[in-house]
Design a protein around this ligand. Structure first.
Ligand code: DX5
Ligand code: ZN
Length: 222
């Protein structure tokens, strides 16, 4: 299996979104960072914009909701056809109920853990999720430095997924480069979000290919 590379359009040119979606046509999924200026101190896209990206993108959407009250607001992203919808553990009131709702609407359900959030409560809940996103920066902005001290969370998630025999995708998001992606893959990640390292490259397709090759060489086989 090759590593999945999901470029984050937080680093795209918002006035040239269609052009930038074409630049990343060789990606596995398009990572869409929805921010509400409450859960994080930044504001990006809402459902109308995501619906247009969904209609325009040749690649399916991996929606990352950095918003308050995902219990209320997340299902509409599944309804508009997103391939996966990931909400933050810190923001959800009833994460299991929400994950079941998202799956019932035909999306993959993901839960995201900010750097300060302990993974322990989620290990036995893995059957309820298709993806766990381990944040490797504080959520809110692109272009930050990768936090290696969260890697033990990936190790524990990978062990739990293997023990339970689950194909839950383990995603990392923040500060992913040709170097840090190897560290994250070695710790157990298989799905990688990259914003500035893809859109900041002269050739985004080559950047995706380079990241995929670097990660794939270090993937755990499962
Ligand atoms: C940060 C977002 C990330 C961000 C990553 O809150 O969730 O998806 O776009 O950007 P880079 O790859 O530049 O760290
Ligand atoms: Zn993200």
């Amino acid at each position: 299996m090759a590593a999945r590379i999901n470029p984050s359009i937080l680093s795209a040119d918002f006035a040239n979104m269609q052009r930038d979606l074409e630049r990343i046509a060789s990606a596995d999924y398009v990572h869409v960072d929805v921010m509400d200026n409450h859960f994080v101190p930044n504001l990006t896209f809402g459902p109308q914009m995501v619906e247009r990206v969904q209609a325009t993108s040749p690649v399916p959407l991996d929606v990352h909701l950095m918003i308050e009250d995902p219990d209320r607001w997340a299902p509409q992203y599944a309804e508009l056809g997103a391939f996966s919808v990931t909400f933050h553990a810190e923001a959800a009131t009833a994460p299991i109920t929400l994950a079941r709702t998202l799956r019932g609407l035909g999306a993959r359900a993901g839960v995201a853990l900010s750097p300060k959030t302990d993974v322990a409560a989620y290990l036995d809940l893995l059957p309820e999720f298709d993806q766990v996103l381990v944040m490797t920066v504080e959520p809110g902005f692109g272009g930050q430095k990768f936090l290696p001290h969260v890697m033990p969370k990936l190790t524990r998630l990978r062990e739990a997924a293997d023990r339970l025999g689950l194909d839950v995708w383990l995603q990392v998001d923040g500060g992913v480069t040709d170097e840090t992606i190897e560290v994250a893959a070695s710790a157990g990640a298989d799905t990688f979000v990259a914003g500035s390292s893809v859109f900041g490259a002269a050739d985004a397709g080559a950047a995706i290919e380079g990241l995929r090759a670097a990660a794939s060489a270090h993937l755990h086989r499962h």
